[in-house]
Design a protein around this ligand. Structure first.
Ligand SMILES: [Fe+2]
Length: 337
């Protein structure tokens, strides 16, 4: 990438270089059948694209760092599938060196909100248009929050087992990885209580279980390959022998946001010794819980976690009023709600 190009000239270069079509048609049972329900493989045309070359990504990281708000994360790459996020050490290295020397630095880097740079925003906008067409879902209408991530990881780095609220399309750009995803509705690998705890603020609530690997969908990813991860699909990743770059389009949707608020309500109901009904099983109970929660605040959320959890304080106050400190163990006297 030429460093002498002006911003406008560079943008024009990249714009021209974006493929006319980023996503290729998925095999039967992909985009229009499994979207936000089950994981599936996909193919794309961004493999080894110059927008994701290490020197361009270093430039992007500097831009994001200058914006503040922890948009650049650099951690040790030697985690295990079972690690919690808060057990992984911050890398004692400048992010510039960590990314530039990623083949040897033993690092795991995450760039968030990459759409702050117009080149990447253009790429994400094109992805959303194409994904709306292939999924048959009007994503512009349904998306409540969107963020572009780029993961840059040293050889053999591991991403621990976790769930995300967001739906995700992850595109492998450079290097290879083994990407594992579970069915978000399989309660042998993801417990109802874990989802409730996640939505109450514990981002590592979903634990890796003995049965997790056995039941996982495993996607070997090379440049040009990708995977769709439905909201709350547990996933964990092991990179191959070369450094890896992956581009991830994350977004929240109206329906999953609604379920998230019901899970938050259920978390507190369980603390009050009730047996909460999962969202989607009783329209009446769902409506009552949404009523109890109130409308999502209109205040400006700084990030998706604030957006998701802005009603938690209200729930916490209500729970305390009713003695919510009694613990979460169910008894034979527990009531289903
Ligand atoms: Fe994730």
């Amino acid at each position: 990438m030429s460093t002498g190009a002006t911003g406008a000239a560079k943008m024009e270069q990249v714009s021209r270089a974006l493929p006319a079509k980023i996503f290729n048609d998925s095999p039967a049972g992909g985009f229009n059948d499994k979207f936000n329900r089950l994981p599936f493989a996909l193919s794309h045309n961004l493999g080894d694209h110059p927008l994701f070359a290490l020197d361009r990504l270093t430039e992007l990281a500097k831009t994001l760092w200058a914006l503040g708000g922890a948009k650049v994360v650099l951690q040790e790459g030697g985690a295990s599938f079972e690690n919690r996020w808060d057990e992984i050490q911050v890398k004692a290295l400048s992010f510039i060196n960590g990314i530039r020397d990623i083949q040897e630095s033993g690092s795991w880097a995450l760039l968030k909100s990459v759409q702050e740079d117009p080149d990447y925003k253009e790429c994400i906008d094109q992805c959303v248009v194409e994904l709306s067409e292939v999924t048959g879902v009007d994503l512009k209408k349904e998306i409540t929050w969107i963020d572009g991530y780029i993961f840059i990881a040293s050889p053999r780095s591991v991403t621990p087992h976790h769930i995300d609220h967001e739906s995700n399309f992850l595109l492998q750009i450079h290097g290879s990885k083994s990407f594992n995803v579970s069915d978000p509705n399989d309660r042998s690998v993801l417990y109802e209580e874990e989802i409730e705890q996640y939505y109450a603020g514990d981002l590592s609530a979903a634990t890796f279980k003995p049965v997790s690997q056995e039941k996982a969908y495993v996607f070997p990813l090379e440049p040009g390959a990708g995977v769709h991860i439905p909201s709350k699909g547990p996933h964990w990743v092991k990179n191959g022998d070369e450094y890896s770059v992956a581009f991830s389009i994350n977004f929240c949707m109206r329906e999953t946001d609604r379920k998230a608020r019901i899970y938050q309500c259920n978390h507190y109901l369980r603390k009050l010794n009730f047996v909460p009904t999962p969202p989607g099983q009783s329209a009446l109970k769902d409506r009552l819980k949404m009523f109890a929660l109130g409308q999502p605040g209109k205040s400006k959320a700084g990030n998706k976690n604030e957006l998701l959890r802005q009603n938690l304080k209200r729930l916490d106050r209500i729970s305390k009023l009713f003695g919510g400190s009694r613990g979460s163990e169910s008894t034979t006297e527990s009531k289903a709600v």
